[in-house]
Design a protein around this ligand. Sequence first.
Ligand code: FE2
Ligand code: FE2
Length: 302
Amino acid sequence: MTGIEERENVRGESGRGPLGSLDEWEDFLVARYPEEGSVSTDRLKGTGEFFRDYRAEARPSVKEFYRLNHAGQTLAFVRAKKDEYLGLDHKRMGIWEAIEFLNTLVDDSDPDTELSQLEHLLQTAEAIRGDGHPRWLVLAGLVHDLGKILCLFGESQWAVVGDTFPVGCPFSDRIVFPEFFEANPDSSVELYQVPTGIYEEGCGLDKVHLSWGHDEYLYHVVKDYLPEAALYPIRYHSFYACHKEGEYGQLMNDRDREMFRWVRAFNPYDLYSKDEDPPAVEELRPFYEELVEEYFPEKISW
Ligand SMILES: [Fe+2]
Ligand SMILES: [Fe+2]
């Protein structure tokens, strides 16, 4: 067994390590991209320290997670995972069944302080609904992380969550912990180092392979049922290098640029809707069951 495998195998159902819970990655994102007007942005803005120290502040488990992610997400790996999963022959289940399935993901975090996956989905959806957005965006909030069931299919955390980025072209240095890409075998493939790598300029993100994870997987599961504007946030919500840092514009087409407005509209609800008070699941359930029925058949393929 290699050192990497040993470290990864220490976790149980939460998907193989090194995070104690998938939330550790999301908490790190909130620290890196604090909400506008929050105490931490106000404190640091203008001090030159705003973008300082995410490295120093990241927990060792988060750093180790990024190290594995950046080393392992190669073009060949992404293609292999697409072959493995995009036939959608792993399971047949409805959206609520999938939510309940995802909620069985057990991790090492303290159950008293962490929200369940179901609670995060409901809080995201409720925050979107509260601001009067269209029903399909509320539904995107409800389902956006269901691709994390990949953990329950035995995938390593680094192949389920993490900021996504294109493979087969240069890794942007605006991706968090860019130094870890040195260990990625694709970094020494010359063909991938020209400005747009294996892609044509302006080809559109649909033609670009992003690092494999819950976003891309779920997009393929739901793409026949939801409007395009709901699919964009589902597919690209973890693509921070693009929607937050403005990188990879050379691969986008006009449609992407137009639709990214929904990715950006969605992102704050995902990152900043976490509230310690759990949502009233049973009270909300009838509304969301009806919303699911409006768009989805009873069972879909996963
Ligand atoms: Fe997500
Ligand atoms: Fe999320």
